[in-house]
Design a binder for this molecule. Structure first.
Ligand code: PRP
Ligand code: MN
Ligand code: MG
Length: 181
């Protein structure tokens, strides 16, 4: 799909690099939750690809559930208030929960979500994110598993969108300025 890739100025991570990193994260998760009944929670829609690949990489019993939350709006001063659009179907009482995300940017979504899930009586709620932008963080987030720390650039692909596009790219790259300027 040549014309889509014209919109990418630099590939940050290829398909192979992403899958190698997800395998690495899976080995850590298997070790940390050995013998446990783990629930992984994907945050729609960006986390769909990471969830699909991480889940298939994990050689242990897991269950999967999904949440959809509203973004707090772009361009305006962020309040950090998040609204639940689709809640979990799972009762979290006594459960070990791992939230799976594609990216932590300001950290506002995840810090809110982690606190929200921790208020539901689980045994633990940890976070696994494929990407993190240390320079963009506005709040501290207690993250257990991080794939890659990346510069503060507009990245798309592998679930990450710009205006809902580019989620289907197999690699992760920096979006060309001509797309949004
Ligand atoms: C993106 C991304 C994370 C969140 C990170 O989701 O997938 O969920 O933003 O940003 P933050 O750290 O600044 O809170 P988005 O709201 O764009 O929805 P999407 O997953 O449907 O693309
Ligand atoms: Mn998201
Ligand atoms: Mg998005």
């Amino acid at each position: 799909i040549a014309d889509v890739e014209d919109d990418i100025t630099e590939v940050l991570f290829t398909q192979e690099q992403i899958h190698a990193k997800i395998a690495e994260l899976a080995r850590q998760i298997e070790a940390d939750y050995a013998g446990e009944d783990l629930l992984i929670v994907g945050v729609l829609k960006g986390a769909v690809m990471v969830m699909a690949d991480l889940a298939r990489e994990l050689k242990m019993h897991i269950t999967m559930d999904w949440m959809a939350v509203s973004s707090y709006g772009s361009g305006t001063q962020s309040s950090g208030v998040v609204r639940i659009l689709k809640d979990l179907d799972t009762d979290l009482s006594g459960r070990k929960v791992l939230i799976v995300e594609d990216i932590i940017d300001s950290g506002l979504t995840l810090s809110w979500l982690q606190a929200n899930l921790r208020s539901r009586g689980p045994e633990s709620v940890e976070i696994c994110t494929l990407l993190r932008k240390p320079e963009a963080l506005k709040v501290e987030v207690d993250v257990r598993y991080v794939g890659f720390d990346i510069p503060n650039a507009f990245v798309v692909g592998y679930g990450l969108d710009y205006a809902e596009r580019y989620r289907n790219l197999r690699s992760i790259g920096i979006l060309a300025p001509h797309v949004y300027s």
